[in-house]
Design a protein around this ligand. Structure first.
Ligand code: ZN
Length: 202
C-alpha cells in the first residue's frame, strides 16, 4: 500500500483507530512503497506539530510509529524535553515499571481535548528501525509516555479509553486557564502539572 503524498489525519470516530494492526515483515520494510510511507508519516507528524504519530492516524494499517520532539515542534507541549526523531516498526513492550505516573495527554486524532492519564513511569521497548535492524530503548518520563501512547494506537486504543473519570478530560480552551482552576481540581497534580511534564501521583 502506497500512501498519497498528503494523507488526511484520521480522526476519532473512524474505525481504523479502534483496530489491532498487523506486524510488518523485514522484506516489506525495504520496499520503495514502505520507505515512501515512512517519509510521509514523519512529514505529517512535523506538519501537525505532533510529538509522535502512529501509522493508523494517516490511514496506514501497519505497526509503525514515529516519535520525536524538536525545538520547533514544541507548540503543543512547551515544557516537554527534547526527544530525537525516530521510527519504530513492530514496537514491542518488553518491560514496564510497576511505578506509574500521570500526565496530560493529547492526540492529533482527538482534536481539542486533553486527558489526565496514568501509565507506567518507564518502559523497555524493542522493534525495528527504518532499515529493519533491531533496536531497543529504555525510556522514562515523558519519552516513555509518548511511546506508550503511540503503541496503544497500533492496538486500537486511544488515550480517551485510558481515562477513568470524565472530569479528567478537559477541552484545550479550559487548559489555557489551568492556573486559575480551583484548588485541587480536578486533582491536586492535574491542576499544577503543565502539559509536557509528568507527576508521580494523581
Ligand atoms: Zn495519539
Amino acid at each position: 500500500m502506497r500512501l498519497p503524498d498528503s494523507p488526511d489525519l484520521v480522526i476519532m470516530g473512524d474505525p481504523l483507530l479502534f483496530q489491532q494492526h498487523q506486524q510488518v515483515s523485514v522484506d516489506e520494510i525495504r520496499t520503495d512503497d514502505f520507505q515512501h510511507n515512512l517519509k510521509i508519516l514523519m512529514e505529517r507528524q512535523l506538519e501537525a506539530n505532533g510529538i509522535g504519530i502512529a501509522a493508523p492516524q494517516i490511514g496506514w494499517g501497519a505497526r509503525v510509529l514515529c516519535i520525536g520532539i524538536s525545538e520547533e515542534a514544541k507548540d503543543r507541549y512547551p515544557s516537554a524535553p527534547d526527544i530525537p526523531q525516530s521510527f519504530w516498526i513492530n514496537p514491542q513492550v518488553i518491560e514496564v515499571s510497576r511505578e506509574t505516573c500521570w500526565t496530560w495527554e493529547g492526540c492529533l486524532s482527538v482534536p481539542g481535548i486533553r486527558g489526565w492519564v496514568n501509565r507506567p513511569a518507564s518502559v523497555k521497548v524493542r522493534g525495528f528501525d527504518d532499515q529493519g535492524a533491531t533496536i531497543e530503548a529504555s525510556l522514562s518520563g515523558f519519552a516513555a509516555r509518548v511511546m506508550l501512547h503511540e503503541i496503544d494506537h497500533l492496538d486500537g486504543i486511544l488515550f480517551t479509553g485510558r481515562i477513568d473519570d470524565a472530569k479528567l478530560m478537559i477541552p484545550n480552551v479550559s487548559m489555557e486557564t489551568q492556573s486559575s482552576w480551583p484548588e485541587n481540581w480536578p486533582t491536586e497534580n492535574a491542576r499544577i502539572t503543565p502539559p509536557g511534564t509528568i507527576a508521580k501521583d494523581r
